[in-house]
Structures are given as structure tokens and as C-alpha cells.
Ligand binder design. Structure first.
Ligand code: HEC
Ligand code: HEC
Length: 360
């Protein structure tokens, strides 16, 4: 108001002609965001959506702006997309994520697709229950964006186009952490990957080649004690439309003496949760190397060899891996190649280049 008055006075004195077209004042716009359910993977139930703040186009757009805005970080160098890179499946290809000033984190970045169907919390250890709370945590994480929420709010408040977008999304330009979290939650809920070769085969639009089909059988088969049929037993944990059972498990990476990251136990303080981690989705897995919470495996072949003969005994290793432990799955190199060929069919090119998830 004051600024308008000063400009008006100045113009009265020195004379101004405004040649530019009038900038429309932003207005609250509650147009609903309609999820493209036709692109949902087969088998996905409808996504449970927030009821307090229904998805709107302008909120999703605001969330996308924030996701790509380095102003959230203390020195203006890091956005969420610095570690969640679209071409890398909205994850990154580093062992540990690199945060502000080149600081290395302690875990591998996770993919942010199909989060609307996660039931048991976010992060490798599930330490937060909702996406809107989750979205604020990287901002204050000293190894990630190393900022304070108050400082992020004040930097954002100095940008007119951000304030305008808050008006379109929420009806006023009051920028609060709560609104930031809600907007980023809405953007992330719209990120769906369900158009891989696997999905096309499910819909009858493609067929696996022989190698992929052999890999599929390995992935979904039970251990056969007679040794006649080879199996990978992957589906027990990476089952369902999102290739995860959405639980926390120990997949035998280390023995009791060598756990470096206690995983889920840090959240529950329960020793029976030691070294358990969220079973990650395998969608787009071929583009998100390296693998595991600490990025210890460089290739998918190494991952499969781990399950075949490298699983370590420990107090919390999952019982479903009993045959991996003894006698071992006995997968040969051609089985490994077949399983990896199958895993590659989970890559969804249209998701990796979908303009809706790209930098606005
Ligand atoms: C410095 C790199 C880095 C930055 C910046 C970053 N993340 Fe992450 N993200 C990670 C890592 C690493 C994890 C796993 C951390 C853990 O489990 O402790 C993760 C996990 C997540 C998850 C959990 C996914 C799941 O399946 O549970 C979501 C969602 C997410 N990030 C969203 C965001 C958002 C939103 C921002 C910006 C506000 C952001 N990230 C900024 C590296 C980063
Ligand atoms: C007992 C449950 C279980 C079984 C069986 C299992 N996995 Fe996993 N898988 C996990 C867990 C838990 C993790 C994450 C572990 C971690 O990072 O500490 C994981 C991680 C992975 C990853 C790395 C994902 C990423 O984002 O880094 C791949 C790839 C993978 N599994 C493939 C397979 C394949 C292929 C099979 C079958 C040969 C299989 N898994 C069998 C539980 C299981």
C-alpha cells in the first residue's frame, strides 16, 4: 500500500507513463487437481488424499516451485531436486547424498514416486508419519539444507512470485512452514510412476522377451528344496503393485558385530528392530544406483548375488531369507542376468521425462 502511494506521488512529481500491460492481481484459485488415475499402475487402489486441504492445481504448482527452489537452503545452493533428480528416478546416483557446502549425508537418497500409497512412514527408518512433516525436515537437516524454517520463510517472503503463488494456493500471502509442507506434500502426491514395460505387459500392451520372462519367474518363485526350480524369492518382500510390502526388514547386509546404522531401532528403541530398513520400491531401480540405504552395491548384479549367496546371519535378519542363508539360492550368472533383465522392465521412461514433475 505504502509503495503504491510513493510511486503514485513520485509519478505526480516527475511524470510517468506506464506502457506495460497491467499485471493481474493474483487471486485464490481452488480448482481441484484431478489425478490421472488412468496412469496408475494396475492393482493400485485409489490414493487416499488429504481431506483438510484438498488437492488443488495451484497448491500442487506451489509445491513444485518450492521443491525446485534453492532458497529453502541456508546459502541458496540446494533444492530438494539437488538430490531428487528427475532423470535419476527422483533419487540420485551418489552413494551418500551431498548436501550444502558439499557435506556428505549418511544415507542414500530415496525415490519420491508413488508416495501416496506408503502407509508406514517416510525415510529409510520410517521416522515421520506424514509427507507434510517430512517435507520440512531436509530444510533443517544440518547435512542437507542446514537452514531454519524461520529463515526459509523470510527468504521466500522476499520473492513476489512466491507470495503471489501462496495467494493462488491458500488465499493469502502468509508464508508458513505448515503451508509449505502442505504444498510440497501435494506436489509429491501427484508423482506417480506406472508406465513401465512391466505395467504395459500387465495391460496386455507389451510382452516380455525370453530373458525377462525367466527373470520374472525367478522374482516370483518360492524356494524349491529339491533344487530343480531356481528361485529368487524376491516377491515376499518386494511384492504388490509398488514392489514393496511397505514394511521394515533386515535383508542380511551385515552381521550383529558390524551394524553401523541401526535403522528402525533408532525410531522405536526396540532391539528387535535393529538394522531394519524400509523395503524400498523397485520401480525405476535400474536408474537409481547405487543400492541399499548406504549405497554399498554399485550394480543390480551385485544386489542379486547378495541375495543368492551373501546374506549374513544376525539377530534380526528376516526369516524369509532363511534359504538365502542356508543352503543359499544357488543362482548362477545367467540367472543373475535374467533377474536383472526383469528388474530393468520396471523403468518408466515417461515418468523420468514427465513435464509435470520437472522444474517449473
Ligand atoms: C542432500 C540431499 C537431499 C536433499 C536436499 C533432500 N533430500 Fe529427500 N532424501 C535424501 C536422503 C538421503 C533420504 C533418505 C534419508 C533417511 O532415510 O534418513 C531422503 C528421503 C526423502 C523422502 C522419503 C521417501 C520415502 O520413501 O520414505 C522424501 C519424501 C524426500 N526425501 C523428499 C524431499 C524433499 C521434499 C526435499 C526438499 C524439501 C528433500 N527431500 C531434500 C536426500 C535429500
Ligand atoms: C526379506 C525381505 C527381502 C527379500 C526377500 C528381498 N529384499 Fe530386496 N530389499 C529388502 C530391504 C529391507 C531392502 C533395503 C535394505 C537396506 O537398504 O538396508 C532391500 C533393498 C533392495 C534393493 C535396493 C533398493 C534401493 O533403492 O537401493 C534391491 C535392488 C533389491 N532389494 C532387490 C531384491 C531382489 C532382486 C530380491 C530377490 C532376489 C530381493 N530384493 C529380495 C528386503 C528384501
Amino acid at each position: 500500500m505504502k509503495a503504491v502511494l510513493i510511486i503514485a506521488l513520485a509519478c505526480a512529481v516527475i511524470g510517468c507513463t506506464d506502457t506495460s500491460a497491467p499485471v493481474p492481481t493474483p487471486e485464490y484459485d481452488p480448482t481441484p487437481y484431478v489425478l490421472d488415475t488412468a496412469s496408475f499402475p494396475n492393482g493400485f487402489q485409489s490414493m487416499p488424499l488429504p481431506t483438510d486441504y484438498p488437492l488443488t492445481q495451484q497448491r500442487v504448482e506451489l509445491g513444485r516451485m518450492l521443491f525446485y527452489d534453492p532458497a529453502l537452503s541456508r546459502d541458496g545452493t540446494q533444492s530438494c531436486a539437488s538430490c531428487h533428480i528427475q532423470a535419476d528416478g527422483l533419487s540420485d546416483r551418489r552413494t551418500y547424498s551431498v548436501g550444502i557446502r558439499g557435506l556428505e549425508g549418511t544415507r542414500q537418497a530415496m525415490s519420491v514416486a508413488n508416495l501416496g500409497w506408503h502407509r508406514r512412514g517416510f525415510f529409510w527408518d520410517g521416522r515421520v508419519a506424514t509427507l507434510r512433516e517430512q517435507a520440512l525436515m531436509p530444510i533443517v537437516d544440518p547435512l542437507e539444507m542446514d537452514n531454519t524454517l524461520a529463515n526459509a520463510v523470510s527468504t521466500l517472503s522476499s520473492k513476489q512470485h512466491v507470495r503471489d503463488q501462496f495467494i493462488r494456493a491458500f488465499g493469502s500471502d502468509s508464508i508458513t512452514p505448515e503451508r509449505m509442507g502442505i504444498a510440497m506434500e501435494q506436489f509429491m502426491l501427484t508423482i506417480v510412476s506406472g508406465n513401465s514395460k512391466w505395467d504395459k505387459v500387465q495391460r496386455g500392451q507389451a510382452t516380455f522377451n525370453e530373458q525377462e520372462e525367466r527373470g520374472r519367474q525367478l522374482f516370483f518363485s518360492e524356494f524349491d528344496p529339491t533344487g530343480k526350480v531356481k528361485s529368487g524369492e524376491c516377491f515376499h518382500c518386494h511384492g504388490g503393485p509398488n514392489f514393496t510390502n511397505d514394511r521394515f526388514m533386515n535383508n542380511g547386509l551385515d552381521d550383529d558385530a558390524s551394524f553401523e546404522d541401526i535403522g528402525r531401532e533408532r525410531v522405536t528403541s526396540n532391539p528387535s528392530d535393529r538394522a531394519k530398513f524400509k523395503v524400498p520400491t523397485l520401480r525405476n531401480i535400474a536408474v537409481t544406483a547405487p543400492y541399499m540405504h548406504d549405497g554399498r552395491f554399485t550394480t543390480l548384479e551385485d544386489v542379486v548375488r547378495h541375495y543368492s549367496s551373501g546374506v549374513k546371519q544376525s539377530s534380526t535378519v528376516d526369516i524369509l531369507l532363511q534359504f538365502s542363508l542356508k543352503p543359499g539360492l544357488g543362482l548362477g550368472e545367467s540367472d543373475v542376468a535374467d533377474l536383472v533383465a526383469f528388474l530393468r522392465t520396471l523403468t518408466d521412461e515417461s515418468y523420468l521425462s514427465n513435464p509435470r514433475y520437472a522444474k517449473p
